[in-house]
Write a protein that binds this ligand. Structure first.
Ligand SMILES: Nc1ncnc2c1ncn2[C@@H]1O[C@H](COP(=O)(O)OP(=O)(O)OP(=O)(O)O)[C@@H](O)[C@H]1O
Length: 487
């Protein structure tokens, strides 16, 4: 529906857009992205006929752009531009009414009931109705932006061009504006072409993306274009990392600033142990993977706590309990992995070793009262219980997310081997247990040095994890059983 072929254009003697070919389908939300000065605004000026093209063709709804009269262009296309500075003494509703101009009939351009209805509607949708009697110049930058969008929508265009529409808007109004635009898009099959600097906003709201660089279209297509880290890094000349949005299946992008690599001791920590908790505090955040009661998933953490609770502890909301205990201990909950155990904390086992220069620290509390053979058919007691083998492994290396998962696997293999060698049985089935019913595992890495993609049993780190976890777990279970024997 917008078809651009071999387009050339720019300003007087400066050619900006060079041999650009692009098709934008009807009803699409098309985001134009690219660095400053790449020609995004110039391209929109060419498509809307503000600038004449110096070569190539532009076709709108199967008709050449030059065959449209000015009024017909205005009926089909509306523009919310960066340069729209309306500083006269108009009131808000008068400015929005200007958008109805192409639809008004007769020499005197009479305002019809329909015009009034459309204007009121768009003012409500853009959340400016309450300012309608105010002079435009009294409004804040964000409020003005919304009024200008209302004016563009009042035009009831088939194609809406937006040049940085969320400029000046706070996050609530950014999301509100883009969600409303998506509704308009669906309701009226509106085609939206938006210049967006925020790549994450583009990823969340656009259907298709066009990446411009130095007046040329580098790529036009699906959102997956935003997952091409190398291409984006080259075009924007900045180090980038893409990742998945945690809630919806859309790509997100973040920049990687240059970091001053401080010269500090690796795996440097303070250990604070009381009857109620074991707290390890590191001098720098570590990349972590865990199923801790607090801080589960993959994140960055500085504090690692294992709290002691009574055997009859009521676990209706253990997370809230951990947060309140952290507050009492003056430890920041947002940088903490928190676990719980009914095991006496004096029986903790700590093993610190180096494997071919890689330091691994392992901290384990273990009880085997809830031992379970995960492969046995008999059902386990699903009542809420306290995690009985809590394993923390700290590694002085740079692990990829895949290597973190691999490390958890290595921890689990070593744990099960210890259970087998110690003949720990599932009390229900009397078969050898593979773990306990509520085990908790944490792997943390300093992220220093070159990234390591694998930490399975075929690697130095994997072997190191296996040896350390096995040694610490056998020791911890030994202490647990000795204490029980005294009871
Ligand atoms: N009126 C003008 N006369 C001459 N050159 C211009 C004019 N307007 C823009 N340019 C030049 O055209 C090039 C592209 O500018 P344009 O505004 O299209 O880029 P853009 O991708 O929209 O940039 P930004 O992200 O900074 O808004 C720039 O080098 C700019 O200096």
């Amino acid at each position: 529906m917008i078809e651009i072929k071999n387009l050339f254009g720019g300003y007087q003697k400066t050619l900006i857009i060079k041999d650009l070919t692009l098709t934008i389908e009807k009803g699409n939300f098309y985001a134009l992205i690219g660095p400053n000065g790449s020609g995004k605004t110039t391209l929109i000026k060419l498509i809307t006929g503000v600038l004449p093209n110096q070569g190539g063709t532009i076709t709108l709804f199967d008709k050449p752009l030059h065959s449209y009269s000015t009024i017909d262009r205005a009926k089909n296309m509306a523009v919310l531009s960066q340069e729209a500075k309306v500083e006269f003494d108009f009131r808000v509703e008068e400015i929005v009414m200007l958008g109805r101009y192409p639809h008004q009939k007769g020499f005197l351009k009479h305002i019809s009931y329909q015009d009034r209805r459309v204007v009121d509607n768009v003012m409500k949708q853009t959340d400016v109705f309450r300012f309608r009697k105010k002079p435009f110049k009294w409004l804040s930058g964000g409020e003005k932006q919304r009024v200008l969008l209302a004016k563009a929508l009042a035009q009831e265009p088939k194609i809406l061009f937006l040049d940085e529409p969320t400029n000046h808007l706070d996050i609530k109004h950014t999301v509100m504006m883009l969600q409303q635009l998506k509704e308009y898009q669906k309701m009226y099959q509106l085609t939206i072409v938006a210049i967006l600097h925020d790549l994450n906003t583009a990823a969340l709201f656009a259907d298709k993306i066009g990446l411009l660089q130095k007046g040329k279209l580098v790529e036009s297509g699906e959102l997956s274009l935003l997952q091409n880290e190398n291409q984006l890094s080259n075009v924007y000349e900045v180090a980038l990392k893409t990742y998945e949005h945690p809630i919806i299946p859309k790509p997100q992008i973040t920049v990687i600033p240059n970091q001053v690599d401080e010269d500090h001791a690796r795996l440097e920590y303070d250990l604070n142990q009381t009857d109620h908790y074991i707290h390890l505090q590191f001098s720098h955040p570590l990349r972590t993977i865990s199923n801790g009661v607090l801080g589960e998933g993959i994140q960055w953490s500085t504090n690692f706590c294992n709290f002691h609770v009574q055997n009859n502890y009521n676990c209706s909301n253990p997370r809230i309990d951990i947060i309140s205990w952290l507050k009492q201990a003056n430890i920041c909950e947002h940088s903490t992995i928190g676990m719980m155990t009914a095991v006496n904390l004096k029986d903790v086992s700590i093993v610190e070793k180096e494997y071919e220069g890689i330091k691994i620290l392992t901290v384990i509390t273990a009880g085997v009262g809830n031992a379970v053979d995960i492969t046995a058919k008999k059902s386990v007691d699903t009542g809420i219980q306290i995690g009985t083998v809590n394993i923390m492994v700290f590694i002085d290396a740079h692990l990829t997310d895949g290597a973190l998962v691999n490390a958890v696997q290595s921890v689990t293999e070593a744990k099960t081997k210890a259970f087998v060698d110690l003949h720990i049985k599932d009390p229900v089935t009397q078969t050898i247990a593979t773990g306990t019913s509520t085990d908790c595992t944490l792997v943390a890495s300093t992220q220093k040095g070159e990234p390591t993609p694998y930490t399975g049993s075929g690697t130095v780190i994997g072997k190191g994890i296996g040896l350390s976890v096995y040694q610490a777990l056998v020791d911890a279970i030994g202490k647990y059983e000795s204490r029980r024997a005294l009871l």
